[in-house]
Design a protein around this ligand. Structure first.
Ligand code: PEP
Ligand code: MG
Length: 594
């Protein structure tokens, strides 16, 4: 039992994949190895250590190849496989292999200790980069090194695929390769000491719909195998060895959650239409193809935002035109007849790619980012555009440019797209010449000049994650100013309204694909402001649809109008909370000012 038989130990972590489950703990040794250190080795031993190290690397590669084969046989998606491929590639990484061998020689230490030294150096490098996503990639290095260390030390690798009972997996950390092997139903959830929302592990958990809480700091030390665990993947709450009373309470909550999910599924086939006939298109955001089945299962009417950056990650070379084409064709075929909006590469700011070296910048969020980078590197941009264009004959594909700040920038992007079209024409490669082109409206200057930009695109998609960052001057990844990141700030509401009106005056559709779209209370205002489309994660779609179906558009417009008169985000929030309680009393009755 955990901590000398205590019950009801409550821990709070980061909920990265929703759902409630109660089960027995299954401890997976995800790291935390006590590494032996031997120093001042003589030359014979140094040669032996190098040999041992090379053998352990080869064993690690063989194990990963085996997992890869098994996943392929199980028919798992390509994204899972590519994560394993990335890990195999890391085992061939010069920095890791050669530096470890050099360290064995230079420091005259054993292989285990040398790996620790090199791992620390690489980790420090990743940690020094002020970027959540890159920091997470550093954890891939940890997984690889741990595997090599275990092989050096003769430790067995627990494989999650071998789990027979229904359990909650507890680990210091899990590699995406572990998560990819999890089977829903057998793995009731997982808990880790470290991790964040943007880690591959979290992304895979969401796509497999397995409840998960990460960032629990030391849960792997607090829990013993067989302990009873409650996991609430939405709130990030974990209870170790709950009392009978708490178990009963959570069984009830789980039942309610299950009933709620089931009830929401009634909405799957129903149109997202207000009671007076305003139809909204609810779409999904994806980073990887594996997320598509879950989106379709939740009734998404297309993909409103395909963040293609994921295609460029965890690899040494840039994707080729053919690769782009194959991936986009695959996505479009899965989603057709619904549309797929492919956003072109959005690198820079808080997203970096290993193959593209960007100069350090004082203000990367305002630097060479997204479309600015693509205009500067037209060949990289054209390669992607040609892939998109070629795929456009296989489904309803639209292109969207990120971070457009004004019409001139839009024109430059469109000119490069024309060049891409011309190159395809010359080679007689088919594409849809009338492919829709849209602009993301996420920079205030674009929102303010939306009437000008609207004349030269087929649609808008408002990216509130960035639009809020730039309008309110709040770094979206800085936890110290997070309290000022207010989606209901009067400035945010006005700027959204202005953009929607500009789009409608020009006769084009306008969607919104920032995180705001997936919260029913925000969606209420967005509906009233006149948005035509909302794009969000799979698990939010039915909640938002229920909200839309519970109200008349005329009433939503009145609510938005009143909200626009209120002076502070807090007052808007209180007002909206009151309206939500009236509309959906069973869900919002217990909330005071939501
Ligand atoms: C946004 O900025 O709102 C958006 C959807 O794009 P991203 O979060 O990828 O920057
Ligand atoms: Mg953005």
């Amino acid at each position: 039992m955990a901590e000398s038989g205590r019950t009801d130990i409550v821990l709070k972590g980061i909920g990265v994949s929703p759902g409630i489950n109660i089960g027995r703990a299954y401890l997976v040794d995800g790291g935390r190895l006590e590494t032996p250190a031997y120093c001042y080795l003589d030359s014979t031993y140094i040669q032996l250590e190098i040999k041992r190290f090379k053998k352990a690397v080869q064993e690690s590669k063989d194990q990963l190849l085996k997992i890869r084969d098994r996943l392929l046989k199980d028919g798992k998606g390509k994204e899972h496989i590519s994560i394993i491929d990335a890990h195999i590639m890391m085992l061939e990484d010069k920095m890791l292999i050669e530096d470890t061998i050099k360290t064995i020689k230079r420091e005259k230490v054993n292989a285990e200790w040398a790996i620790k030294i090199v791992m620390k150096e690489i980790r420090e490098f990743f940690d020094s980069i002020d970027d959540e996503y890159i920091k997470e990639r550093g954890s891939d290095i940890d997984h690889i090194c741990d595997r090599v260390l275990k092989n050096l030390m003769g430790k067995r690798h627990e494989t999650i695929a071998d789990i027979k009972d229904e359990v909650i997996v507890v680990a210091h950390d899990l590699a995406p390769t572990d998560t990819a092997q999890m089977v829903k139903g057998r793995v009731l959830g997982f808990l880790t000491d470290i991790g964040g929302k943007t880690s591959h592990t979290a992304i895979v958990a969401r796509s497999l719909e397995i409840p998960a809480v990460v960032g629990l700091e030391n849960i792997s030390q607090k829990v013993n195998a067989g302990d009873t665990i409650i996991i609430d993947g939405a709130s990030g709450l974990v209870i170790i060895n709950p009392s009978k009373k708490v178990i009963k309470e959570y069984q009830k909550k789980k039942g309610q959650y299950f009933d709620y999910e089931k009830l929401l599924h009634h909405y799957k086939k129903l149109p997202a239409e207000t009671q007076d006939g305003r139809r909204i298109r609810l779409m999904g955001n994806i980073e990887m193809i594996d997320e598509i089945p879950s989106l379709i299962d939740h009734g998404a009417e297309g993909i409103g935002l395909y963040r293609t950056e994921f295609m460029y990650l965890n690899r040494k070379s840039l994707p080729s035109e053919d690769e782009h084409f194959e991936v986009y064709k695959n996505v479009a075929e899965k989603v057709t007849p619904h549309p797929t909006i492919i956003r072109t590469l959005d690198i820079g700011g808080d997203k970096f790619l290993s193959q593209i070296e960007l100069a350090p910048e004082m203000n990367p969020a305002m630097g060479l980012r997204a479309i600015r980078f693509c205009i500067k590197e037209p060949e990289i941009f054209k390669t992607q555009l040609k892939g998109i264009l070629r795929a456009s004959v296989f489904g309803n594909i639209k292109v969207m440019f990120p971070m457009i700040s004004g019409v001139e920038e839009l024109r430059m992007a469109k000119n490069i797209m024309e060049e891409a079209k011309e190159e395809l024409r010359r080679k007689k490669v088919p594409f849809n010449p009338k492919i829709f082109v849209g602009a993301m409206i996420e920079v205030p200057s674009a929102a303010i000049t939306a009437d000008i930009i609207a004349k030269e695109v087929d649609f808008f998609s408002i990216g509130t994650n960035d639009l809020l960052q730039y309008s309110l001057a709040i770094d979206r990844v800085n936890e110290h100013v997070a309290y000022l990141y207010e989606p209901l700030h009067p400035a945010a509401l006005r700027i959204i309204k202005h953009t929607v009106d500009a789009a409608h005056n020009a006769g084009i559709a306008v969607g919104l694909c920032g995180e705001m779209a997936g919260e029913p209370e925000y969606a209420l205002i967005l509906l009233g402001l006149g948005l035509d489309q909302l794009s969000m994660n799979a698990l939010s779609i039915l909640k938002v649809k229920k909200l839309i179906m519970s109200i008349k558009y005329s009433d939503a417009k009145k609510i938005a109008k009143t909200a626009l008169t209120l002076p502070t985000a807090d007052e808007v929030e209180k007002f909206i909370g009151g309206e939500m309680r009236k509309l959906l009393p069973e869900e919002y009755a217990g909330t005071d000012h939501r």
